[in-house]
Design a protein around this ligand. Structure first.
Ligand code: PLP
Length: 429
C-alpha cells in the first residue's frame, strides 16, 4: 500500500504500522524492552555501523516508538522522524545537528513562553544563542540572519495568541540564506497545516497536546522533510562532513535524505538521551487515530466560542485568527484554511484581577498548564507560563497581563459557552 497516495484520515489510522509480525496482533504492541538479541556478532557489528537498520537499544530505537515516528512522518509528508521525551526535547533535538558554539537561531518572538525561556536562557549554556524578531517584519527577519545563523524558527499558530505565521515567506527567507526553516506545528497539527508543503525543512511537535489529545503523555517529535541539501555549504559539518562522534561517518553522503533522522538517532538520542518511552508512544498512536475527527470538532467549537466572546461587552478582545477582525485572518485562510486551531487569548475587562477571577470561577474548564486536550482548558499566562518573562516580552508574545488563554475542547459547544458566561459574570461583577 503506497502511503503517499492515502488521505490524512487513512494515514492517521494505518501509517507506520502493520499487524505484528510475531503474533498477528492488529494493534501495535507496547514493546516494553530495553534491548534486542543480536543474531550473531556480525549482525551486531552491521547494526552499529548503520549498514543494516534494526533495533539495538531502546534509548535509540524501539518498535512502538518507531511506529509513531513513521506515522507522524507520513502525516507531515516528511522523509523521516524521531520521537523525543517532550516537545521541548524535540526543539533541542532539531537544533542539535545544526548548531555549535557561536551559532544562533533566528526565531519568531511569538512563541510558547517556555520556548522563549529555553532559547533566550538555557541554550546559551551550549554556546548557542537566539535572536527574536517580529515575523510580520520580513526585512527584520532577513536582517537578523548573519553568517552564524543556522536556522529560522517559528510556530504555525503561535501559542498563546493564535497568531498565524506566514510560513511561505519564512521559507523563502530561509532558502535565500541557505538555512533550514524549523516550524513548531503543535497547535495546528498536520490536519490543519503541513509546513513542509510551505517550504519548511523540519517540523517539531509537542505530542503532549493534540496528537495524544487526552493529557496522558509528555512527548515530542521532529520530522525531517529530507529535502535540505546539507552539503551545499560548510554550515552543517556534522551532517555534511566526517562526523567524529560517529567514527567519521559522513551522514549526508551515506544516508542522503535520511541523514538528519539517522544523525538524530545515532548521535542525538545516543548522547542526549531525550528518548520517548514505548508506553507514551502507544498512547500517542491511539490518540492520532482520531486526530482528524477531533481537530474538526476543536475548530468548529473554537470558532463558535470566539464569535460569541467577541460580541460580549465584558470582553475587550479575542485573538482567534478565524475571526475576520483578526490581523491574522487573511493569512490564516492561506496557511490554515481548514481552521485556525482552537487556542486563542481573550482580553477581559478589568485586567489582571478579572482574569484571575475568571480562571477561579469556571467549572467545566480546567485551570491547567496544558493545551490541546479533549477538555476545554484555561490559563492566565502572565501569572503562569509566561511569568518568567518581562512585561514587554509578555506583550510581544501575546500574553499581556489582561489576557487569559483558552484551549477549546470537544465538549458540546453550548456547555462551553454557558460556563464562560457564568465565569465572566463572576469575574466582572
Ligand atoms: C507550541 C508549543 N511548543 C512546544 C511546547 C513544549 O512541549 P512539551 O510541554 O511537550 O515539552 C509547548 C508546551 O506547551 C507548546 O505549547
Amino acid at each position: 500500500m503506497s502511503e503517499q497516495k492515502l488521505g490524512l484520515g487513512t494515514l492517521a489510522v494505518h501509517a507506520g504500522t502493520e499487524p505484528d509480525p510475531a503474533t498477528g496482533a492488529r494493534q501495535v504492541p507496547i514493546y516494553q524492552t530495553t534491548s534486542y538479541v543480536f543474531k550473531d556478532a556480525d549482525h551486531a557489528a552491521r547494526l552499529f555501523n548503520l549498514e543494516e537498520v534494526g533495533f539495538i537499544y531502546s534509548r535509540l530505537t524501539n518498535p512502538t516508538v518507531m511506529a509513531l515516528a513513521n506515522r507522524v512522518a507520513a502525516l507531515e509528508g516528511g522523509a523521516g522522524a524521531v520521537c523525543c521525551s517532550s516537545g521541548h526535547a524535540a526543539q533541542i533535538m532539531a537544533l542539535f545537528p545544526l548548531m555549535g558554539p557561536g551559532c544562533n537561531v533566528v526565531s519568531s518572538s511569538r512563541l510558547y513562553g517556555g520556548t522563549i525561556t529555553q532559547f533566550s536562557q538555557t541554550i546559551r549554556r551550549f554556546g548557542w544563542s537566539a535572536k527574536f524578531v517580529d515575523t510580520d517584519d520580513l526585512a527584520a527577519v532577513e536582517a537578523a540572519i548573519d553568517e552564524n545563523t543556522r536556522a529560522l524558527f517559528c510556530e504555525t499558530i503561535a501559542n498563546p495568541g493564535g497568531y498565524v505565521t506566514d510560513l511561505d515567506a519564512m521559507a523563502k527567507i530561509a532558502d535565500k540564506a541557505g538555512i533550514p526553516l524549523i516550524v513548531d506545528n503543535t497547535t495546528a497539527t498536520p490536519f490543519l497545516c503541513r509546513p513542509i508543503e510551505h517550504g519548511a525543512t523540519l517540523v517539531v511537535h509537542s505530542a503532549t497536546k493534540y496528537m495524544t489529545g487526552n493529557g496522558t503523555v509528555t512527548g515530542g517529535v521532529v520530522v525531517d522533510s529530507g529535502k535540505f541539501d546539507w552539503s551545499a555549504s560548510d554550515k552543517f559539518p556534522s551532517l555534511s562532513q566526517p562526523e567524529p562522534a560517529y567514527h567519521g561517518l559522513n551522514f549526508h553522503g551515506a544516508l542522503g535524505p535520511m541523514a538528519f533522522t539517522f544523525h538524530s538517532i545515532a548521535i542525538g538520542l545516543r548522547d542526549l538521551g531525550m528518548t520517548m518511552n514505548p508506553q507514551g508512544a502507544h498512547y500517542t498512536l491511539m490518540g492520532i487515530e482520531t486526530l482528524g475527527l477531533r481537530m474538526e470538532r476543536h475548530v468548529q467549537n473554537a470558532k463558535a466560542v470566539a464569535e460569541w466572546l467577541e460580541k460580549d461587552p465584558r470582553v475587550e478582545g479575542v485573538t482567534y485568527a478565524g475571526l475576520p477582525s483578526s490581523p491574522s485572518y487573511d493569512r490564516g485562510q492561506r496557511i490554515v484554511p481548514k481552521g485556525a486551531g482552537a487556542l486563542f487569548t481573550v482580553a477581559v475587562k478589568g485586567g489582571y484581577g478579572s482574569c484571575v477571577k475568571l480562571v477561579n470561577s469556571l467549572k467545566l474548564f480546567s485551570h491547567v498548564a496544558n493545551l490541546g486536550d479533549a477538555r476545554s482548558l484555561i490559563i492566565h499566562p502572565a501569572s503562569t507560563t509566561h511569568r518568567q518573562l518581562e512585561e514587554e516580552q509578555q506583550i510581544k508574545a501575546g500574553a499581556a497581563p489582561n489576557v487569559v488563554r483558552i484551549s477549546i475542547g470537544i465538549e458540546d459547544v453550548a456547555d462551553i459557552i454557558a460556563d464562560l458566561d457564568q465565569g465572566l459574570a463572576a469575574a466582572t461583577s
